[in-house]
Design a protein around this ligand. Structure first.
Ligand code: PBG
Length: 334
């Protein structure tokens, strides 16, 4: 009996190193590639600014004026970035987050500016959540006992969906972690004839300490935490349930957040979803790499590319990252 030629014998070991002998060989057999079109850049529009203001704790990221929002977005689009997530920081907040559903409010205005300037050259994705607009900083409205009221919040989200769709959003980023939010937004959009406006569902979103720098970026007023609506970091199976619910409610894309510390959830989601999967490399993950690189721990560019490649390799098709524009520029060069 002759041995199958590919079966290693003690005298003929298998040699995976053959495929690593040169850069062209490694390139030829590479399994995962990053491309600008899969990258989504989060942007912050701050009402009342006349120039951008750098954010402490989030190196390289700024709160934008209307002018700098447009120029930064246009540069990202020129580099081939696929999508823009828009967060807005209002001057004034109140108990129901009125500004969030004001057609002249800072979020709707920002969405309209981006869509009018960039048309269909990029996917415009305003954030659909109340936390930047409520004076208590929660992602929903509160009941008489100060608890986040799920179903009353859904009505606020529906009002936001109308205003943001009218402003020209292509997708709405439902990030509030209320039960039923995808279905509620989908129904409101359909009833108003916005059949082409999609939902990027933050499906598995954890109550993570890694959102710290983001809370600076949006000048969050939150006291306490979001543990009654965002997921417990210790849970894995629960994400399967959250993702299944969002798919059943009509999510067009499902997102996992954070990304780098939740790669098991990214992989689980990619295994079950029949829609594209996104992952969000959040502010604290961004900051970890930036601060370590500036302390000399490793080469910054290599670390950024390795981190994003890891999230893509785990199963995310789309990557939301504050590095989107810079990385798209690197990918264009190479
Ligand atoms: C809330 C929201 C948060 C982030 C995106 N949307 C913060 C939170 O849930 O407290 C965090 C993003 C980041 O940290 O980069 N709507």
């Amino acid at each position: 009996m002759t041995a199958h030629p590919h079966v290693p014998s003690p005298s003929q070991p298998a040699r995976p190193r053959r495929l690593r002998t040169s850069a062209p060989m490694r390139r030829l057999v590479r399994e995962t590639r990053l491309a600008p079109g899969q990258l989504v850049l989060p942007l912050f529009l701050r009402e009342g600014l006349d120039r951008p203001r750098l954010i402490d704790g989030l190196p390289g990221v700024a709160q934008h004026s209307e002018d700098s929002l447009l120029s930064t977005a246009a540069e990202a689009v020129a580099r081939g970035v696929g999508g823009l997530l828009l967060f807005a920081v209002p001057d004034r907040r109140d108990v129901i987050g009125s500004c969030a559903s004001d057609p002249d409010g800072v979020l709707a205005r920002g969405g309209r500016l981006l869509r009018d300037a960039l048309g269909d050259h990029v996917v415009v994705i305003p954030d659909l959540c109340l936390d930047e607009f409520t004076d208590h900083g929660h992602c929903g409205v509160l009941d008489s006992q100060g608890r986040v009221d799920n179903d009353a919040t859904l009505e606020r989200y529906q009002a936001m969906a109308m205003v943001l769709a009218d402003a020209g959003a292509h997708l709405l980023g439902t990030s509030g972690m209320m039960d039923g939010q995808v279905g509620a937004v989908r129904r409101a959009l359909d009833d108003a004839g916005h059949l082409d406006v999609g939902v990027l569902a933050y499906a598995a979103k954890y109550a993570s300490v890694l959102y710290g720098p983001f809370r600076d970026a949006v000048e969050s007023t939150l006291e306490g935490d979001r543990r009654t609506y965002q997921q417990d970091p210790a849970n894995r199976r629960e994400s399967g349930r959250e993702v299944a619910l969002d798919l059943a409610e009509g999510a067009d894309i499902v997102m996992v957040k954070p990304a780098l510390t939740y790669l098991d959830i990214v992989a689980d989601t990619a295994a079950v979803a029949d829609v594209p999967v996104a992952a969000y490399v959040v502010s604290g993950e961004h900051a970890m790499v930036e601060f370590a690189a500036s302390a000399g721990a490793f080469d910054r560019r290599t670390a950024v590319l390795e981190a994003l490649t890891g999230v893509h390799r785990a199963g995310a098709d789309l990557l939301c990252t504050y590095w989107a524009s810079e990385v798209a520029g690197w990918l264009q060069e190479s």
